[in-house]
Write a protein that binds this ligand. Structure first.
Ligand code: MG
Length: 208
């Protein structure tokens, strides 16, 4: 499957907005992550030297199956063919300082290996996208444990919003935001992200 672009959603879970001291958005906050950052189960997350704090963010990923331009909420889900577990790895110190300065923070999200994703499974393999449990552990210690019904903007609203402005093409990935519990990862850690019924990714962290 060719993944052209990764559209990520920021601030889509209230408890996560609180922990980052943000404000609840009135419409979805979107940013892009390059597909060159993608890695799979078992691959290493590589942290470049001198970049400060790096965080994990477990998320539900939707994979586009059919081209979507200006689709309504009602039509939205018919354009999604697969789902996967995604870890939106973030260089938090860089993100925070760029944000404060009013500069784009693509670098903090786009580094090589900063997009671990499980092998996509057909969307038909889950009954209800809004009742999935997202879990992430660092060295077997639970850091994030949330449910997709805690999303502020559900998948169909995200697809309607994104496709109003940006065509979604087959293979594109939508990372739907992370629940609370983000925390730093360091070389030597093993990060395990799971969504029940969808998949699991285990990624060791190394320094460069
Ligand atoms: Mg995220």
């Amino acid at each position: 499957m060719n993944h052209g672009k990764i559209v990520c959603i920021g601030q889509n879970y209230r408890e996560h907005i609180k922990e980052l001291r943000g404000e609840e958005p009135k419409e979805p906050v979107i940013f892009l992550k390059p597909a060159s950052a993608l890695i799979g189960n078992g691959d290493r997350i590589v942290i470049p030297p001198g970049i400060g704090r790096v965080d994990h963010e477990v998320e539900l990923a939707l994979i586009v199956g059919r081209k979507a331009t200006r689709v309504s909420k009602g039509e939205a889900m018919a354009h999604i063919s697969h789902i996967a577990v995604f870890n939106d790895v973030t260089a938090r110190d860089i993100q925070s300082s760029y944000r404060k300065a009013g500069l784009p923070w693509s670098l903090s999200k786009g580094m090589d290996t900063f997009a671990p994703m499980s092998r996509p499974v057909p969307i038909s393999s889950v009954k209800d996208l809004r009742s999935l449990r997202l879990k992430l552990t660092t060295n077997d210690e639970v850091k994030q444990d949330g449910r997709t019904d805690m999303m502020i903007f559900p998948p169909e609203v995200l697809i309607e919003f994104i496709s109003r402005y940006m065509t979604l093409e087959p293979g594109d990935i939508i990372a739907t935001g992370t629940p609370s519990g983000v925390s730093p990862i360091r070389p030597g850690d093993v990060i395990e992200a799971t969504i029940d019924g969808v998949g699991k990714i285990i990624n060791p962290v190394v320094g460069e």
